[in-house]
Design a binder for this molecule. Structure first.
Ligand SMILES: Cc1cc2nc3c(=O)[nH]c(=O)nc-3n(C[C@H](O)[C@H](O)[C@H](O)COP(=O)(O)OP(=O)(O)OC[C@H]3O[C@@H](n4cnc5c(N)ncnc54)[C@H](O)[C@@H]3O)c2cc1C
Ligand code: FES
Length: 302
C-alpha cells in the first residue's frame, strides 16, 4: 500500500470544538455497574460523529483537577436542542462524582474532539464492539444506515452478562438492517470464542475489501489490527490513553507510530507532524482516538 493510501482518510465533515456548560438531563443505571448519562448542550456545541469524544470537567469543588475523556455514545436532536449520551463506568474519583450528578446539575464539556470513524470509506463495513465499546459502534451503524449501507456487527465479551446493551443493539440493528454476530469467551452466548474467531468465520462470505471499525479493550483492538494487516482488510480502532488537555497541546497521550507512519511523517513533513510534534509518537487525542491499523506499532501499544 502506498504512503498516501495508508494515511487514514478523513471521516465525515467535523465540527470545530468549543467549551460550554452542559446540563444533566438524565442519568441512570445501565447494566453491570455501568451508567448512562444524557447531557443537554447549547446550540453552539458542534454535532459529534461516531468515534469522537469530549472532555468532561466537573464543577468546583471537584476531587479532580483535569477533565475526563468520554466517548460520545449517542446524539439526539429535539428542535434546536441537542442531547449527548455517554455510557461509562464509575472507576475512580472523577467518574464517581459524575455518577452522583442529578438532573439540572452542570458540567463543563469540551468537544467534539478527535477523529471519528471514516464511515464513507468504500468496502463492506464490519463493526466490532467489545464490552462498553458498543455505544460508539451503534452510532456508527445508524450513520451507515443514513448512507443506505448495512453492516456486519460483531459483539463480544467474556460472558453473556458482559454483553452490555445487547437488547439496545438488537433493536438498533433490527431497525437499521445490520446483522448481529455474538460471541463469548465462555460460550454462554453466541459463538464460543472471540471476535477474531467470528472474523475468521464470516469473512470468507463477505465481499472484499472489508473495512472494520472497532472499539473495546486494547488487547482486542491489537488482535483485530493484526488480523486486518494479515488479511488485507482496513481497520479503524478507537484507542484510549490517559489524557490532560484533549486538544494536542500537552503531548500527554502518546501512542507509538508504526515504522510506516513514522517514515511517512518524516518524508512528507505533513502539517499534522508539526502540530503533533514527534514522528515517533502519535497523539491519541488529535491523531486519534480512531487510528487505522497501519498507523500504530502494535508490539509497543500498551
Ligand atoms: C478517548 C477516550 C474515550 C473514553 N471513553 C470512555 C467511555 O465511553 N466510557 C468510560 O467508562 N470510560 C471512557 N474512557 C475512560 C475514562 O476517561 C476514564 O475511566 C476516566 O478518565 C477515569 O477517571 P476517574 O477520575 O474516575 O478515575 P481515576 O481516579 O483518574 O483513575 C481510576 C482508574 O482508571 C484508570 N484510568 C484512567 N483513565 C483511563 C483511561 N483513559 N484508560 C484506561 N484506564 C484509565 C486509572 O489508571 C485508574 O486505575 C475514555 C478514555 C479516553 C481516552
Ligand atoms: S491529552 Fe494533551 S496532547 Fe493529548
Amino acid at each position: 500500500m502506498s504512503a498516501a493510501e495508508s494515511k487514514r482518510k478523513p471521516g465525515a465533515k467535523r465540527a470545530a470544538w468549543s467549551q460550554v456548560t452542559a446540563r444533566v438531563r438524565e442519568q441512570r443505571d445501565y447494566a453491570e455497574g455501568f451508567r448512562w448519562l444524557d447531557l443537554d448542550v447549547p446550540a453552539e456545541f458542534g454535532e459529534p460523529v461516531a468515534g469522537q469524544f469530549v472532555q468532561l470537567l466537573l464543577e468546583s469543588p471537584s476531587p479532580v483537577l483535569l477533565p475526563r475523556p468520554m466517548s460520545v455514545a449517542g446524539v439526539t436532536r429535539r428542535g434546536a436542542k441537542t442531547t449527548i449520551g455517554f455510557l461509562y463506568a464509575p472507576v475512580g474519583a472523577g467518574t464517581r462524582v459524575l455518577a452522583s450528578l442529578e438532573p439540572g446539575e452542570t458540567v463543563r464539556i469540551t468537544g467534539p474532539l478527535g477523529q471519528g470513524f471514516p464511515l464513507d470509506e468504500p468496502g463492506t463495513p464490519v463493526l466490532i464492539a467489545g464490552g462498553r465499546g458498543l455505544a460508539p459502534l451503534l452510532m456508527a451503524a445508524e450513520a451507515l444506515a443514513k448512507q443506505r449501507r448495512s453492516c456486519e456487527f460483531v459483539f463480544g465479551a467474556r460472558n453473556k452478562s458482559l454483553l452490555i446493551g445487547l437488547n439496545v443493539a438488537k433493536d438498533v440493528l433490527a431497525k437499521r438492517g445490520g446483522r448481529l454476530h455474538l460471541c463469548t469467551d465462555d460460550g454462554s452466548r453466541g459463538l464460543h470464542g472471540n471476535v477474531i474467531d467470528v472474523l475468521d468465520k464470516i469473512s470468507p462470505k463477505l465481499e472484499a475489501p472489508l473495512v472494520i471499525h472497532a472499539c473495546g479493550p486494547h488487547g482486542m483492538l491489537g488482535a483485530i489490527a493484526r488480523w486486518a494487516l494479515a488479511n488485507g482488510a482496513r481497520a479503524h480502532l478507537v484507542m484510549e490513553s490517559v489524557m490532560a488537555c484533549g486538544t494536542g497541546v500537552c503531548r500527554g497521550c502518546p501512542l507509538p507510530r508504526s515504522a510506516e507512519a513514522r517514515d511517512r511523517v518524516l518524508a512528507t513533513g505533513d502539517a499534522a507532524s508539526a502540530l503533533q510534534g514527534n514522528p515517533e509518537w502519535a497523539m491519541c487525542c488529535t491523531d486519534g482516538p480512531v487510528f487505522e491499523a497501519r498507523e500504530l506499532d502494535w508490539d509497543r501499544v500498551e
